[in-house]
Design a protein. Structure first.
Ligand SMILES: Cc1cc2nc3c(=O)[nH]c(=O)nc-3n(C[C@H](O)[C@H](O)[C@H](O)COP(=O)(O)OP(=O)(O)OC[C@H]3O[C@@H](n4cnc5c(N)ncnc54)[C@H](O)[C@@H]3O)c2cc1C
Length: 301
């Protein structure tokens, strides 16, 4: 029986695993990959190296250590976790069941794709999914935000503070009557294309044009040096959906110690209802969840 199984090898899971190893716990990290979303990097034709706060150095250091510590990791998907008496059973796709006294969920969240021609080709080449991370790179550039919810409006508002122009595609109705929606409608450098639908991403090495259908069925094309797909994130919480409390978006609810409502299950990073999807936030969450799990385990070691 393991003391601790950590599911997910992104910034949150890697940090939690390193903490657990240093505390000499019998720990196993189970993940589909090491690095998680830090494996994505946005490439832009006008930038070689960019200066956004990433925390990548610390994540890469932990990843390198774990690549070496083979006994502490297992590379495969987890499909379900169940509670049995005073421990947990982790069902994996390949190795069956693994037993643990405690669990940390660090499985992140998925970006929703547009699934239109050209999207796949230009992912992270002028087209990306995180204005929160990359907006500062678009000073005086022509940008497009695609999405209809809070995330898209927030992204458009942030880009509008630096970009030459922002087209917001897809937002409509109630979303635009909020304070941020009103602000966007009144901004000189923002054009809201209500109810338009993106049908293709075009480019030449990097995405630079978006083709869309207007509500009247016409096809139009706009220039976009940066395209941001800002649809709601889908948390990877399905393996514990029957076990712990989730919020309306499916994020695992945690308290300030990273504890879920089930003693012995902790969560960290983008899969939780904590604020801000950022590497350094996930790193901090992972450290906190590991220390919290250690406190839980101390009387059980
Ligand atoms: C395109 C893009 C660019 C970004 N750029 C930046 C940036 O420049 N700066 C910044 O601070 N933030 C950036 N972010 C946000 C940042 O990457 C995330 O907030 C951060 O990676 C979250 O860490 P995490 O560990 O919670 O989740 P993730 O990094 O998503 O890691 C989740 C891990 O769980 C694993 N996993 C998922 N499901 C299962 C399963 N069923 N079984 C086993 N393993 C599973 C995955 O394989 C992965 O290893 C970016 C995000 C995106 C999408």
């Amino acid at each position: 029986m393991y003391d601790l199984i950590i599911v997910g090898g992104g910034p949150a899971g890697l940090t939690a695993t390193m903490y657990a190893i240093r505390k000499r716990l019998n720990v196993l990290l189970i993940s589909k990959d090491l690095g998680g979303k830090t494996n994505y990097r946005l490439a832009l034709p006008w930038i070689d190296e960019y200066q956004v706060i990433k925390g990548l150095e610390v994540v890469n250091k932990f990843r390198n250590e774990l690549e070496y510590l083979k006994f502490a990791r297992q590379m495969e998907p987890v499909v379900r976790i169940e509670k049995v008496d005073d421990h947990f059973l982790v069902h994996t796709k390949g190795s069956g069941e693994l037993k643990s006294k405690a669990i940390i969920m660090a499985t992140g969240a998925k970006q929703q794709r547009l699934t239109v021609p050209g999207e796949k080709e230009f992912i992270m080449r002028g087209l990306c999914y995180s204005a929160l991370s990359y907006a500062p790179l678009f000073i005086d550039r022509k940008t497009v935000v695609v999405g209809h919810g809070e995330l898209a409006l927030r992204a458009a508002a942030e880009l509008a503070t630096v970009a030459k122009h922002v087209h917001l595609v897809g937002a409509s109705g109630g979303a635009l009557e909020t304070p941020i929606g009103e602000k966007l409608k009144a901004s000189n450098n923002v054009t809201v294309l209500e109810d338009h639908e993106v049908i293709e991403v075009k480019g030449n090495g990097f995405a630079n044009r978006l083709v869309m259908k207007t509500p009247r069925g016409e096809t139009i094309e706009i220039e976009a040096e940066g395209t941001f797909i800002e649809l709601d994130l889908i948390p990877n919480s399905q393996m514990v959906a029957d076990l712990v409390d989730l919020n309306e978006q499916g994020c695992i609810k945690v308290d300030k110690h990273g504890r879920t409502n089930i003693p012995g299950i902790f969560a960290a990073g983008d899969v939780t209802d904590n604020y801000a999807e950022q590497v350094l936030v996930a790193v901090g969450d992972g450290a906190k969840a590991a220390l919290s799990a250690y406190d839980y385990l101390l009387p059980r070691l």
